[in-house]
Structure formats: C-alpha cells, structure tokens
Design a protein around this ligand. Structure first.
Ligand SMILES: [Fe+2]
Ligand SMILES: [Fe+2]
Length: 677
C-alpha cells in the first residue's frame, strides 16, 4: 500500500527562481504562482499523498489552503519549505521542515526533496501503526465494557429465552461473528445430552428448532462440552482426518451457507462443570482494527461466495480467553436462572396441587380455579393484541400474566376455611334436616293412626256407631293432612323462585300441625317444625339463608388473609388484592367492600367474568344443570348491561369465543401436571 504513495512537489515561481527543476518520475511537479497553485490543486481521494511545498515566507498563508485541503481529505502530511531574509522563527512551525536563505542549487534541491519525502513517508507509517495500535486499544476497551455490561445485564435477566438471546448477541458483537448457537447440557436418569437451544445468523433468516445431540465427542459442540476445551478453527473445511473433530456440512448444504472460521467455548459453572457451549461462526472483523466499526456482526452480510471468501477471517486468539470470561458469566446467569425457575415451578406446582386438593372436596367445583386462571390468561393475551378500543393502552407483561394466573388460581382458596356442606347445600334444608322433619311427620302420622285406633276400640265395646263414624272421619282427615304437609314441605324445600311467599305457607302448615297434638314418650309436646327449619324453608331465593350466604362470602377475606401470608416477590405483590376483589361489582353491589369500578383492578374484573362464566357452564349439579355457552354469554351480557361486570371485558370475552371444552382440555393438562408433582 505504501508503494502507491503519491508524491507532489509544489514550487511557487518566487521560491526557486534560479534553478530549472526537471520533471521526475519520483514526484509530480506543480508550479506557478501561489494563487495559481492553490486554484489548480485537486487532491485525489484514492491514493495516500505526501507533499513538499517550496514557497516564500509571504506566500505561506495562501499555500496553507492546500494544507487545509490535505487535512480535510485526511490524505497525507504536508511540508513547507521556505526562504527569505528573516526566518521569523519558522523552526517552531511544525509544518515547516526546511528553511533556507540563499538560492538553492539543483543538487541541494534534489537532496532536500528526497530527504524530506523519506521523513514524510516514515512519519506516515508511524502514524498508521500508532492508529492501528490505538484502534486495537479502543477495541479492547470496548470488549472490556461489553464484558462488564454482560455481567450486569445477565444477572438481571429473569427470562431464560431472553437470557440466551442476550448471551449469544453479546458474544457475536464482541467477536464480530456472523452466526452463533448456544447448546445446553441436560441431565436426567438416562444420562447427559446436549440440547441446541438458540441460534442466530445475521446473513440468513433461519427457523429455530430445538434438537438434541448425544453427549459425546462426535460433534464439535459435543467435543467442547465433553472435553471442556476451547476450539478456535480458522477454516472448518480444512480440518484434517487426524483432527479429533470433524465438521458436519449438513447445515451449510441445506442453508446455502459457508461456515469457515469457528470458535467454540465451553460454559462452566461454579463447580467447573460444563453446562453448555457457545459456538460462533465466521468472524467478520477486519484484520486491520483501524477499519473496525466494532459492530461487524450486525453490519456485514455474507451472501455471495466472494463475501464468504473475502469478508471472513479467523477469530483472533485474544477472543479465546475473552469468550471464556463471557461464557463463565453466562453459565452463572443460566444456573441462577434455572434455580429461580425451578423454585418458581415448584411453588407453582405446589399451589396447583393445593388448589386441586381443596377443590376435590366438592366434585361440582372441581377444576374451577384452573379454568378461571386459563380464561384470565387468554383474556390477558387478547388484551395485548388489541390495537384500538378500550384496551389499546393496556399491556400485560409475562410477569403480570403470571401474577394474574396466580391470583385466579388462588381466588377461592379461602373456601378451605368454610364448611363444605354449605357449598354443597342443594336445597333449603340440609338432607339430615329434611330427614328429621319427615321422620317427625311419619311419627305424627303413626301417632294419629294409633290414637284413633285406640279410640275406635274403646268406643267399639260400647258400640256407639255415631262415635265410631266420627272417629273414622277425623282419623282420615288428620292422616290426609299429615301427608299433605309432608308433600308441601318437600316442595318448599326446593330452591326455586316462586311468586308465593314461603313464610305464609309455612305459617299455615304450622297451624295445621298445631291442631294435632303429638307427645313424646315422656309426655312432652313434640316441636315438629323448629324455628330454624321454618326460617330455612322461608328462604325466598336459592338454598342458602343469610348466615350461610355471609359465611360463603367470607371466603374472599379468608383468601386475602391466606394469600397475604405468602412472601411474594415484589412483582407479585398485588395478588392478595386482586383475589380479594373478585366478587366486587362495578356498581358497588358486590362484596366484601362494595367498591365501585374506579377501585376494582382490571385483573379482578377479569377473574369476575371468568368466575361467573365457569360457574354457569361447568357446574353440573343435580339441581342445577350447566348452561350452554350462548346462554352463559346472555347472562354475562345482562350483567354487563347492569354495570355489574366490566362491559369492555365482556365484549372482548364474547369476541374471543372461548369454549368451555377448550378450557377443560387445558385444565386437564394442568391438573395432570399438578398431580404428577
Ligand atoms: Fe369466589
Ligand atoms: Fe370462583
């Protein structure tokens, strides 16, 4: 390159008037007066250029313009040589190399010119090598900074796929690699294997599919994983059969790629075990670091055969140790991440197993919380894809979706504190209460029969026909009455809504019962319908009395108290509050606090919709058949119109068209996972 240095000698007419300068093949001669020289000169963009300018002292300012041109073009160095009676301390001017006072002879001129050009050439070379050195230093400084950045960012990334991506991208940036892959070592009862986890090729858009290779030295990644050695191969196609590794051309052939240089580094954990491998392919950094942008990995595309031949270099030796540091940091981050993930999974499975155990107490609600969590997850994902409308500004991060899922899974956890018979209460009276009442009525029936039979025999002896007939008639009347009362009570026990006031009916029944006096063996009057039974049969809607309803409603407070005791990480701190509010209504008629919409978080509203939908569609109790999807949507729509549930969420839910079958399928999967725990 230095051979092409273009040399120019500028001589003004006044500088060397007494000698005739011959044209030389060594340099290009430019003559004229100073202004002419400046006007004529056009620096070339290509060749490096050095120049020697012979001028008088007074011409110096004009010719400085040439210097400017040189500097701007960053073409070369410049020297001025100069005469005149007074030298004006010209030696202190770094650009002036030679000063003379009297006329120069031709030989003096030739000697000075060749000598100064040699000096200039040397200076140019020095400058180049120091620029190279500086560039190398800057590159190393950049690498150090990247290394520190890696340590910082890797230690904060909690998402494994993102972490692997970050490790690979930073490794590529540091080494200027075009392609790269990350493999992780897995181990179970069948032994170790290597999983191809992540890959990126700047020059090709390739699909990413995980696959597994054996933990042996037959593959390059396997060799590094097994031996723990760093491989730095200048050209994988030039590996000899004697080398311990061989290159598999399959990838290159099927993707029209040409792997050349490759550096493969083991990732070791704190126990010095290899937990994975980073493989980088095709270094694109220029040999001369002065021309490096520091970002070749993501700037230079390799498309043609020529690109692969000319733009790819072997990986610099210094990257071996540098990448070992990167890989060590990556290994620690991966292990931390795995451990956190393991703890999280264990916790999640524990929560699922607990929820599953609680729900198994009542077969009718079994799986409810899993389904509610699944519906909420789908709602959150749907909100994330909404471009306009009510949810355009809402976005759920992965962590927030997890938070919502936990809150939904645990929303009814407080039911564990509540007597399950209340949840399973299908009629106004518990089965044992009804049984007791029926027994008493049967006793009453038998008592009436016995009473009148005994009266009959007493009168039969005296044969008072009239009395006997009267007795028979009364007996039939009372027996019939008892049977009717029994039937009325069975009918009243149903949790149906009717126009009739049950309290009035009961009062009537009670009066009828009072007509028949019935005593126990101790001679005490039997209270057939206790006050509690009367009040339960008077329930106007459903099967629960006020006390039982309050008891059931208290499950949200129990949930809150229980869930608050779990030391959640800060990103999940809202879980207790979200779960607490799943029965609040937008119009303030919900419980426990009767909050209105401004105080109810969107997550609680999402759980509320999923909760109602699941209760309507999935419950299949003998007295309450599950409703079809459309019917459930109708009920939800009515609730939305009354501003009980969030109308926008209802719209989204209806649009999603989630079917209970899809959710049940998902629930089965989750439950199997929980049971396997
Ligand atoms: Fe609930
Ligand atoms: Fe629920």
């Amino acid at each position: 390159m230095h051979d092409c240095i273009h040399k120019i000698v500028f001589i003004t007419n006044d500088a060397l008037p007494s000698i005739k300068i011959p044209q030389s093949s060594d340099f290009d001669l430019q003559t004229g007066d100073s202004t002419e020289i400046v006007a004529k000169f056009m620096p070339s963009n290509d060749d490096p250029m050095i120049a020697l300018i012979y001028c008088t002292y007074s011409e110096l300012p004009i010719l400085s313009q040439i210097i400017e041109m040189f500097n701007k073009q960053n073409l070369s160095h410049f020297f001025a040589v100069h005469i005149e009676e007074d030298n004006h301390n010209l030696e202190t001017n770094a650009q002036v190399a030679f000063v003379w006072e009297n006329n120069l002879s031709l030989s003096e001129f030739l000697f000075t010119t060749s000598y100064q050009f040699r000096l200039l050439e040397q200076r140019m070379k020095d400058r180049k090598s120091s620029a190279k050195y500086l560039a190398r230093l800057l590159d190393m400084k950049q690498d150090q900074e990247d290394l520190i950045k890696i340590g910082r960012s890797l230690s904060t990334e909690k998402n494994m796929p993102k972490l692997l991506r970050q490790i690979l991208m930073l490794s590529k940036k540091i080494t200027g690699a075009d392609a790269g892959s990350i493999y992780l070592v897995e181990e179970d009862e069948n032994g170790k294997r290597i999983r191809f986890k992540y890959s990126h090729t700047f020059s090709k858009d390739l699909p990413l599919e995980e696959f597994v290779i054996p933990f042996d030295t037959n593959s390059i990644a396997g060799y590094v994983a097994v031996t723990g050695k760093v491989l730095n191969i200048p050209d994988v196609y030039k590996l000899s059969p004697n080398d311990p590794i061989s290159f598999n051309k399959k990838f290159d052939l099927s993707n029209n790629y040409r792997s050349t240089s490759m550096i493969v580094i083991p990732m070791r954990n704190h126990a010095n075990e290899v937990i994975g491998v980073v493989q980088l392919i095709n270094c694109k950094e220029p040999i001369d670091p002065t021309f490096s942008t520091g970002n070749e990995a993501f700037e230079i595309a390799l498309n043609t055969e020529e690109d692969f031949r000319e733009k790819v270099r072997p990986f610099d030796r210094r990257y071996e140790s540098l990448m070992e540091s990167v890989a060590a940091q990556a290994a620690i981050a991966i292990e931390n991440n795995r451990m956190i993930q393991q703890i999280q999974n264990q916790f999640e499975e524990f929560v699922k197993a607990s929820v599953s155990a609680i729900e198994s107490r009542d077969p009718a609600t079994s799986g409810h919380s899993f389904r509610v969590a699944e519906i909420c997850r789908r709602l959150a994902l749907a909100i994330n894809t909404e471009k306009g409308g009510a949810f355009a500004q809402n976005q759920f991060t992965d962590t927030q979706i997890k938070e919502l899922e936990f809150a939904a899974l645990l929303h009814d956890f407080g039911k564990v504190y509540i007597d399950p018979s209340i949840f399973m209460k299908e009629k106004k009276l518990y089965p044992f209460e009804l049984q007791n009442l029926i027994l008493k009525l049967n006793y009453l029936y038998k008592n009436v029969e016995l009473q009148y039979t005994s009266d009959f025999f007493k009168n039969a002896e005296t044969d008072h026909n009239n009395s006997i007939r009267k007795i028979e008639a009364e007996k039939s009347k009372f027996l019939e009455m008892v049977l009717k009362i029994k039937n009325s009570i069975v009918a009243l026990n149903e949790p149906t809504v009717s126009e009739a006031n049950p309290a009035e009916i009961i009062e009537n029944l009670n009066k009828q019962i009072a007509e028949i006096k019935c005593y126990d063996i101790e001679g005490k009057l039997i209270d057939i319908m206790t006050d509690e039974v009367k009040s339960n049969l008077s329930i106007k809607k459903g099967s629960l009395n006020d006390k039982e309803r309050k008891e059931i409603e208290s499950h949200v407070l129990h949930t809150y108290n229980f869930v608050s005791k779990i030391p959640w990480p800060s990103e999940f701190r809202k879980i207790p509050e979200i779960a607490l509010m799943h029965h609040e209504k937008l119009d303030g008629t919900g419980y426990p606090n009767g909050f209105t919409e401004d105080k109810i978080p969107i997550q609680s509203r999402m759980i509320a919709i999923a909760d109602i939908y699941d209760a309507l569609t999935a419950n299949d109790r003998p007295y309450k058949k599950s409703l079809p999807h459309e019917k459930a949507l109708e009920i939800l729509r009515a609730e939305a119109e009354k501003n009980k549930i969030d109308p926008n969420l209802y719209d989204l839910f209806a649009r999603l068209d989630i079917t209970i079958d899809q959710i049940k399928h998902e629930e089965e999967k989750q439950k199997t996972a929980a049971n396997n725990y």
